[in-house]
Design a binder for this molecule. Structure first.
Ligand SMILES: NC(=O)c1ccc[n+]([C@@H]2O[C@H](COP(=O)([O-])OP(=O)(O)OC[C@H]3O[C@@H](n4cnc5c(N)ncnc54)[C@H](O)[C@@H]3O)[C@@H](O)[C@H]2O)c1
Length: 351
């Protein structure tokens, strides 16, 4: 896949200091884009964004602040927007539901409000989640036209964001050709540089670095694990397609592991990951009122057919990329170079 289209283009990445956003920012920087990052803060310490030391244009704006956001977007005049800023954690959404709804739903609405009447061509990828589907614990993968739902505030905020986006596309962005919008629903991603709470790999790393035992609460859950670079490649292809043709305007796409990839349970991921750590230990404690869903997989046939996108790394390779990254980080090697090397090796894999 050729990504030359992004060279010198004005590109906004919201949530550029987060896990996925920092990788996307680094990748677009490699592609020589003219970047602007918009985030509220740097959410973790350590931080992949900080380690990258990209020294690029950053604006510290809360996406709930419509006035500031709109002003920034209009003054930058982007050709592309990747909207990733979100309250991204289920457990946090249970502690702070109102903030989660405001950030995820109203934050995205503010991005779209900023673009009403925008005169320049702009391709907009709005990132939601695989959790936007009503989880019926069915075996077949969820398809883009399946029912939306969500039994916790995070999932429901993402489902309602999807509904809001559709209404905006139909009402305000229907009879125009400049602003082209699509949504991206990816499953759980793994990769270096994630230190968020309540995600399995960061939790392992944070415990094992302190020689503590990690508590595993949903050992048998399966998630659509994929390396972070895989859905990011999907977002780039989607943005490129939207820019080149208006055919995909208003579409949603699933981005998950290809169907031949072996699904792994949480406990299998922990065991694999533990191989490269000295003294890695875990304990299984299943809470009585566990609310995490057990089975969730995506049908990604649409992305395969319309975008020629599918994951290329096996689950073992995705885990290896990830554990190599953390090993490098903690052995104090230059992590900026290592992240860039991983992007380059991944690009070679695609070719
Ligand atoms: N990480 C995953 O496994 C996963 C899976 C599915 C979907 N997603 C979605 O992908 C996107 C990125 O996820 P991530 O894991 O990189 O998240 P993250 O939590 O690592 O980063 C969140 C980013 O959003 C910014 N942000 C949060 N609230 C903000 C606000 N009010 N105003 C401005 N910026 C704000 C933070 O500063 C940070 O840059 C999110 O939309 C998330 O819901 C992530």
């Amino acid at each position: 896949m050729n990504f030359d289209i992004f060279k010198n283009k004005k590109i906004i990445v919201t949530g550029h200091t987060g896990f996925k956003g920092s990788w996307l920012f680094a990748w677009l920087n490699e592609l020589e884009a003219n970047l602007l990052g918009i985030s509220k803060n740097i959410p973790t310490k350590p931080s992949h964004y900080n380690s990258l030391n990209l020294n690029k244009n950053s604006s510290w704006i809360d996406v709930r602040d419509k006035k500031k956001l709109k002003k920034k977007i209009l003054s930058f005049q982007p050709d592309f927007i990747f909207h990733l800023a979100a309250q991204s954690l289920v457990f946090e959404s249970i502690k702070n539901p109102v903030d989660t709804w405001n950030t995820n739903l109203i934050g995205t609405l503010n991005v779209l409000e900023s673009l009403r009447g925008y005169k320049k061509k702009c391709s907009v990828v709005l990132v939601t989640s695989d959790k936007c589907y009503e989880n019926l614990e069915i075996k077949r993968g969820y398809m883009e036209n399946d029912k939306l739902g969500g039994s916790d505030p995070y999932s429901a905020s993402k489902a309602s964001t999807e509904i809001m986006i559709k209404s905006y596309v139909r009402t305000f962005f229907r009879n125009q050709t400049k602003v082209r919008i699509a949504t991206a629903r990816a499953g759980n991603v793994i990769g270096g540089g994630d230190w968020s709470n309540s995600r399995i790999i960061p939790d392992c790393v944070k415990s094992w670095i302190k020689r503590k035992t990690i508590i595993i609460r949903s050992p048998n859950s399966t998630r659509p694990w994929q390396h972070v670079l895989e859905p990011l490649r999907g977002y780039l292809i989607l943005a490129k397609n939207l820019y080149q043709s208006k055919k995909l305007h208003g579409n949603s796409f699933n981005f998950g592991p290809n169907k031949n990839m072996k699904k792994k349970k949480v406990i299998e991921v922990v065991k694999y990951f533990s191989k490269s750590w000295k003294n890695a230990s875990w304990k299984i404690v299943i809470p009585r009122n566990s609310i995490e869903s057990k089975l969730l997989s995506l049908n990604c046939y649409k992305a395969e057919r319309k975008l020629n996108w599918t994951t290329v790394l096996s689950s073992d390779e995705a885990l290896k990329f990830t554990s190599d990254w953390y090993n490098n980080f903690y052995s104090k090697k230059k992590i900026k170079n290592f992240s860039l090397q991983q992007i380059i090796s991944y690009e070679k894999r695609i070719k």
